[in-house]
Ligand binder design. Structure first.
Ligand SMILES: NC(=O)c1ccc[n+]([C@@H]2O[C@H](COP(=O)([O-])OP(=O)(O)OC[C@H]3O[C@@H](n4cnc5c(N)ncnc54)[C@H](O)[C@@H]3O)[C@@H](O)[C@H]2O)c1
Length: 360
């Protein structure tokens, strides 16, 4: 597969979080682009995660390790000398962060710092794309999308841990890998913030698409906890196309792109949870929704949008799919995963997306 001016062909690329939802798709895409992919993560969560079903672990170097284990992480960097690093490993769930706040911080903040340190110490590493989230912003429940220059914040431990990770990334960039001193250190560090990512092979707890599919497969009504919450929905291949495009630019021009970037959807994909769930039913062909809103539920932001003007104008990146195409492509995976080879299914979705988005 071609794309991104073939910058990934024959490059050693390290992906943390490769056993997870987004990381498994990124590993497949990078493998298809000709990269030598080194994955570093904990074990997958379930037997039907995209990582397990696609068997992508058999095509890449699949290393199981904890990003809190600084020594092991640095050993892996020293052994494989990755030229580019995509850091996705995290504890990524808001509700779980209320149960395990300290672990969430250890992984999301100290784990990220360990990855930054490993990048800093590895001469071969030229670019680090550090994945945080739209929830890193100080959420004012405003109608307008957040811009890259807005202040960091976060109410719950997950969001604030990612806000803290962003502050650490910026500090490491300014202190140790400053673009103005590029000639001395030879590195480019960026952070990337996506919206609510959906797509095949995600079975995480308390995420709307896995909740819908689990209920549909069990012939139960889909219980909707926050029907009115509005989120910026996007297919997993959208932010990944942004990360890959940014990685290409950083590799070829390390000084101009070492910054923070939003990769969210267009405005008309910023819709309530209820509407997304209804659309899932339409594409699945059956099922019913049940409103189980709980006034005593833990705090979660109600309104969240991202401003993507910077990616549009400075990178030339725009979303490829509208909200209906996004949900259809997602549901297609869950309708097909039992019947066809999952690696081929992902590859076909990536190829179709690449053609439509102009990435091939
Ligand atoms: N899914 C979304 O909607 C979304 C939106 C914005 C940002 N993000 C961010 O994207 C990244 C990937 O998210 P995802 O949805 O694929 O999550 P996921 O839970 O499916 O995957 C997380 C990955 O991180 C690994 N991991 C967790 N703790 C680790 C540790 N201590 N050491 C090593 N590996 C560890 C897991 O093994 C897994 O491979 C995360 O950084 C997340 O915060 C996700």
């Amino acid at each position: 597969m071609n794309g991104f001016n073939n910058v990934y062909k024959n490059k050693t690329v390290l992906v943390t979080g490769h056993t997870g939802f987004k990381g498994s798709w990124l590993s497949i895409w990078l493998h298809e682009l000709g990269a030598k992919v080194i994955g570093y993560s904990l074990d997958p969560y379930t037997d039907r995660d995209n990582f397990v079903l696609s068997k992508v672990g058999e095509k890449i170097v699949d290393i199981r390790g904890d990003i809190r284990d600084k020594a092991k992480l640095e050993e892996v960097f020293a052994k494989y000398n990755p030229e580019l690093v995509f850091h996705l490993a995290a504890q990524p769930l808001v509700r779980l962060s209320y149960e395990n706040p300290v672990e969430t911080y250890e992984t999301n903040v100290m784990g990220t710092i360990n990855v930054l340190e490993a990048i800093r110490k590895t001469k071969a590493t030229k670019a680090g794309i550090m994945v945080t989230t739209d929830k890193c912003y100080d959420n004012k429940e405003q109608l307008w999308g957040y811009r890259e220059s807005d202040p960091m914040g976060g109410y719950d431990p997950y969001s604030s841990s990612k806000g803290a990770a962003e502050i650490a990334i910026n500090s490491w960039r300014l202190s140790f890998m400053n673009p103005k001193d590029y000639k001395k250190h030879g590195k480019s560090i960026a952070s990337v913030r996506a919206g609510n990512v959906i797509g095949g092979g995600d079975w995480a707890k308390d995420r709307i698409i896995p909740d819908c599919i689990k209920a549909l497969e069990a012939n139960k009504p889909i219980e909707i906890r926050s029907p009115k919450s509005v989120r910026p929905w996007e297919h997993v291949l959208e932010p990944l196309s942004g990360y890959l495009m940014l990685g290409e630019k950083m590799y070829n021009n390390p000084v101009d792109y070492a910054e923070a970037w939003n990769f969210g959807p267009e405005l008309n994909s910023i819709i309530p949870v209820w509407d997304v769930s209804q659309s899932v039913l339409n594409y699945y062909g059956r099922g019913e929704l049940k409103d189980v809103s709980d006034p005593n539920a833990v705090h979660e932001a109600k309104l969240l949008a991202l401003d993507i003007s910077k990616a549009r104008f400075k990178l030339g990146w725009i979303p490829t799919l509208n909200i209906e195409e996004t949900i259809e492509l997602t549901v297609d995976w869950y309708k097909d995963y039992n019947d066809i080879d999952v690696y081929d299914l992902c590859k076909k979705q990536i190829m179709d997306f690449s053609v439509k988005g102009g990435y091939s």
